[in-house]
Design a protein around this ligand. Structure first.
Ligand code: ATP
Length: 297
């Protein structure tokens, strides 16, 4: 087995509509998930001689790695018993930042498992991904998706025209369940009818590959909950607007803030203006699946 590498792009949410609680205790959601060119790199090589099982090196992440869990679940679901693999993950995506970094690594590990095993069964891989976490299915084949249901029902959208994204990470972490609990406490959920109307409007507006959703749909309903738990986010949002962003909002459940720009150059200029922040902001463009090479999915 020769070493192979897969990119694992971060995702940003271009707005998020929070709907009512469902019977399973999860909220209805509508959100546009956009992969961006801020990528971890997941590599696989043979595990050292004598290793009885797969292993994973990933600096900055403690506890069980979702990429390793992905490999384990793939083996269990397919019966593939290829020699033990060592995964090595180069982290660039901030951890617990609302950018689905762990899910991106798990998605890349599943693509690696497909390549190593020669098993091409998209349906089975999608079901392994769904078992790993709600953000993983969109990361097996990253492209722009409209996510509905509880965020787990995916409709691929046309790839957008290029634009600029300023990613402003925080020194703090926010737990996704805490942010949802705070959203409940603040009563932020919209009615089912509103969710449906907004979903229909988004599908129509993005059908031709527009860069951005309409302005009124580019708000994140979870933002007041994230700001309530971490009030300094309000300052960050002001800084990003002050640096010229067309829109600034908390990404997913936060605490990363993103700013949107017409072109990459403007996002780069904003990143330079805010370079004194720690961690340092980065400017990126949308990530396109053609980066995976020809003949994939
Ligand atoms: P979520 O919203 O699903 O929590 P996130 O993007 O905010 O996702 P992640 O960066 O995926 O957050 O990290 C969430 C937690 O998952 C981390 O605290 C970490 O312990 C665990 N984790 C497991 N594997 C990874 C990985 N490969 N990269 C990052 N975190 C991982």
């Amino acid at each position: 087995m020769t070493a192979i590498t897969e990119p694992a792009p971060a995702k940003v949410n271009l707005g998020l509509t929070l709907g009512p609680l469902r019977e399973d205790g999860r909220h209805r959601l509508v959100t546009v998930m956009q992969p961006v060119g801020l990528c971890d790199r997941v590599s696989a090589a043979p595990a050292p001689l004598g290793a009885g099982e797969d292993e994973c090196l990933c600096e900055g992440v403690e506890g069980e790695n979702l990429a390793l869990a992905a490999l384990r679940d793939f083996r269990a679901a397919t019966g593939w018993d290829g020699a033990p693999v060592r995964l090595e993950i180069e982290k660039k995506i901030p951890v617990a930042a609302g950018m689905a970094g762990g899910s991106a690594d798990a998605g890349a590990a599943l693509r690696i498992a497909e390549r190593l095993s020669g098993i091409e069964d998209d349906e089975l891989v999608d079901s392994v991904a769904a078992g790993l976490g709600s953000d993983v299915p969109a990361q097996v084949w990253p492209t722009r998706y409209l996510a509905t249901g509880a965020g787990d029902v995916l409709h691929a959208l046309p790839e957008p025209a290029p634009f600029g994204v300023l990613v402003v990470p925080s020194r703090h972490r926010l737990s996704t369940p805490d942010v949802f609990r705070e959203a409940d406490r603040l009563g932020l959920a919209r009615s089912g009818a509103e969710v449906e109307a907004r979903e229909a409007e988004l599908v129509g507006a993005l059908a031709a590959g527009a860069a951005f959703p309409p302005e009124d749909l580019m708000e994140n309903d979870l933002e007041p909950a994230a700001v309530s738990l971490l009030p300094e986010l309000e300052w960050t949002l002001d800084e990003v607007r002050g640096a010229g962003a067309l829109r600034a909002f908390v990404c997913g459940s936060g605490p990363t803030v993103i700013g949107l720009f017409d072109v990459l150059g403007s996002a780069v200029a904003a990143a330079t203006a805010l370079a004194g922040r720690d961690p340092r902001p980065v400017a990126v463009e949308p990530w396109y699946p053609s980066a995976l090479g020809p003949g994939r999915r």
